[in-house]
Ligand binder design. Structure first.
Ligand code: GCV
Length: 712
């Protein structure tokens, strides 16, 4: 018998609330208690066993305690219930209604054409008479199903609701934390973190707030995420030690996240055999090196038996890698993969490899080409437990980039698409910039031409063998988790897209709003919903309008990457140039006259991108250097487009701020104030962007604004 089962019916009806993790100092994000009202007012039966079933019971019990419902766990007597959550292989129960519901679920599964299994994480939801029934093959499926019921609210109990079958499209749905264990002198506790300190680490030690980590796991699970790496891909000495001396710190985090179905991964340094093992080399062909990785990995699994694997940034921005030993990246990745293989672990090997000591005078080197040049020739050489992790664009998470050609160039390699939830280049969580539409465009892009396979298909792979989706996290120890409360939507959306990359971004945003700002908790739910949509739906394009134009990228302040600095990187070694002169702007990446990058795409897009006549406007300056008077498909000239979009962008942000003010008194005052304060900064910053960009191009081109607006 377990904690929730009792032979006494009265006792079983009023189970005690389990130890809560709700911390009033921390915003509940998309899991406020109110979101559980519909569930919590019901009579719920949970049937099955396992760690994640206990989590389901905890969740249901908390909700029912708050809202007057009741919970039973595998009761040995008949009970009247509204909702049944059960594992399909759990024993028969002495309740004809529950068993009838189970049979109805099985029949619905057949009708939906599902094969015999729901898989490790899938679930089926259907109505059976007066009951709602949720079936899963495995405890994780029950947990995801439960959060689906929460998302649906009362609709989960609608008698007319048709049966639904849900299985994640991607097996691994992963977050990478760029959290440092020790505070980095330049990058701080979290590299590119805009939400305070780390949830995991503080000043060289574990932060020690396990309740917060558990709450985090709960939020992630509710969005669909099932894997997390807990340290920065730039691995310093303190971080390297997580693999050995500090493994207990990692095990503790793994223990807290496990009940939410989340596996822990570690970023490791390729030089670990030298810096931790005392070996003279990290050469992947050296037998002692191979033995060191094998022994070290074995010890990791002895301590954390469901450990996910390693994440590696090698030969990139100063990190060590196989090039030091004259080996290539397949050689490097495979030695780690070999060590992980006996335990089912994977290596996420990043394709972000380029020369960061470029000479701006040298027009032949093109950073955008680098990942393809390094990795495409290695297709088919990686072990099957290597996942090549490729940033969605060829440069570096810019507001607008073409999709990376590497994603279409390696059919014999497991590919993961890497997105950036942390808003390094998209307003650093001081600007509202909802990234759902950007990611959706990336995931729906068909690199072999319209109608063909998409990037989502690449990440999914044949029969689910793809590498999945990975994103750099935007969370920290900030009370709102993400600094800007509306940036929570980006994290939620990432998880949902990783579960199903074909979801509509507006629908996902709507889900997030309903959970985060429950209609029952506000005086005017329609106003709140409409206003949030008006502010957020198009905010990525608004951000694009007032920053670097037409896909040219960067133009940000060097180092911190916040705010405008048009020539900030123009003569630097990082290879991110715009080549503006008095006649024109943009990078010629054509095959005919430029760096040849356009030729890295399959024929359809190689042809489209090759010519300024066919290249889409929004990427024109990424692929071409054109005169300011070049006429876009929109009918505007490049220079007039720059002026118009920059004026429009600032106007849009000003309207956003005005709209937000209508919510004063309608929502949690702390959320209201935090967003209001950030919108002030967004208006200031957008104005600075507009004025610097417009002035810069006016001075370069000498062409005035056709509408005579003020340019400084
Ligand atoms: C973790 C960009 C960022 C770096 C980051 C790097 C990467 O260059 O500015 O902070 O390093 O990407 O993805 O490895």
């Amino acid at each position: 018998m377990n904690a929730y089962e009792s032979t006494d019916l009265e006792e079983s009806m009023f189970v005690a609330e389990p130890p809560g993790v709700e911390d009033p100092r921390v915003h509940p994000a998309w899991l406020p208690p109110e979101a559980f009202r519909a569930l919590g007012a019901r009579r719920v039966l949970v049937h099955g066993d396992g760690l994640l079933v206990d989590t389901v019971l905890d969740e249901v019990t908390r909700a029912c305690t708050r809202y007057g419902g009741r919970v039973w766990h595998s009761p040995s007597w008949d009970v009247d219930v509204d909702l049944v959550l059960l594992l399909r292989d759990a024993d028969e129960l002495p309740s004809s209604a529950v068993e009838a519901a189970r049979s109805a679920g099985e029949a619905a599964l057949v009708d939906l054409g599902g094969d015999a299994t729901l898989g490790d994480e899938g679930f089926l939801l259907t109505r059976a008479g007066d009951l709602t029934v949720l079936l899963a093959d495995a405890p994780a499926g029950l947990l995801y199903g439960l959060f689906h019921v929460v998302r649906l609210c009362a609709a989960a109990f609608d008698p007319a609701r048709p049966p639904e079958l849900h299985r994640p499209a991607l097996r691994r749905r992963m977050l990478n934390h760029w959290d440092n264990v020790a505070v980095h002198p330049v990058m701080g506790q979290v590299e590119r973190g805009y939400a305070g300190g780390s949830i995991f680490w503080a000043g060289g030690r574990p932060r020690g707030d396990l309740a917060r980590i558990r709450e985090y796991g709960r939020l992630l699970a509710a969005s669909g995420i099932n894997a997390i790496s807990v340290n920065n891909v730039n691995v310093g000495h303190a971080e390297a030690l997580l693999l050995t001396d500090r493994l207990n710190d990692v095990a503790q985090i793994a223990g807290v996240l496990r009940p939410y179905g989340i596996r822990v991964h570690l970023s490791v340094t390729f030089a670990a055999p030298v810096v931790l093992g005392g070996l003279p080399t990290a050469d992947p062909f050296d037998e002692d090196v191979r033995a060191w990785w094998a022994a070290t990995t074995r010890r990791v699994y002895e301590r954390i038996d469901d450990f996910g694997g390693y994440v590696v940034k090698a030969d990139s921005e100063g990190q060590p890698g196989p090039f030091t030993y004259g080996r290539d990246h397949a050689d490097g990745a495979n030695v780690l993969a070999e060590a992980l293989a006996p335990y089912g672990g994977v290596v996420h090997w990043r394709a972000f490899v380029y020369n960061h000591h470029q000479d701006w005078r040298d027009r032949s080197t093109d950073r955008a080409r680098a990942a393809y040049d390094h990795f495409a020739p290695l297709d088919g050489r990686f072990r099957t437990n290597v996942v090549l992790q490729v940033k969605f664009g060829p440069v570096d998470f810019q507001t607008r980039e073409p999709v990376s050609p590497v994603l279409a160039a390696m059919p014999a390699t497991r590919i993961a698409v890497e997105l950036q939830v942390t808003q390094e280049y998209t307003g650093q969580q001081r600007h509202v910039c909802h990234l759902g539409p950007c990611w959706s465009e990336v995931l729906r892009f068909a690199p072999w031409g319209p109608g063909g396979r998409t990037i989502a298909d690449v990440a999914t792979g044949e029969a689910g063998t793809g590498g999945g989706l990975v994103a750099v996290a935007n969370t920290g120890d900030d009370p709102f988790w993400t600094g800007h409360p509306l940036a929570q939507a980006n994290l939620y959306t990432f998880g949902r897209f990783a579960w199903d990359p074909r979801l509509d971004p507006t629908a996902v945003l709507d889900e997030w709003m309903t959970l985060t700002f429950p209609p029952s908790a506000t005086a005017d739910p329609e106003l709140v919903r409409r206003t949030l949509h008006e502010i957020m739906d198009d905010s990525w394009r608004t951000y694009e309008r007032y920053t670097a134009p037409l896909g040219v990228g960067f133009m940000v302040h060097p180092g911190d990457h916040y705010g405008p600095d048009v020539d900030g990187y123009e003569y630097s070694r990082w290879g991110t140039y715009h080549f503006a002169d008095r006649d024109g702007v943009g990078v010629d990446r054509s095959r005919a006259t430029g760096t040849g990058f356009a030729g890295q795409y399959p024929p359809y897009w190689a042809d489209v991108y090759e010519s300024p006549q066919t290249c889409p406007d929004e990427l024109l300056l990424f692929f071409h250097h054109v005169p300011y008077t070049h006429v876009l498909h929109s009918g505007s000239t490049v220079i007039q487009h720059i002026y118009d979009t920059h004026f429009a962008g600032v106007e849009e942000v000003t309207v956003m701020r005005r709209r937000w003010r209508t919510l004063n008194g309608m929502i949690d005052p702390a959320v209201y104030e935090r967003v209001a304060e950030r919108l002030d900064e967004q208006v200031r910053s957008a104005t600075e962007w507009r004025d610097q960009i417009n002035t810069y191009f006016f001075r370069k081109s000498g062409i005035p604004d056709a509408r005579g607006r003020r340019i400084h």
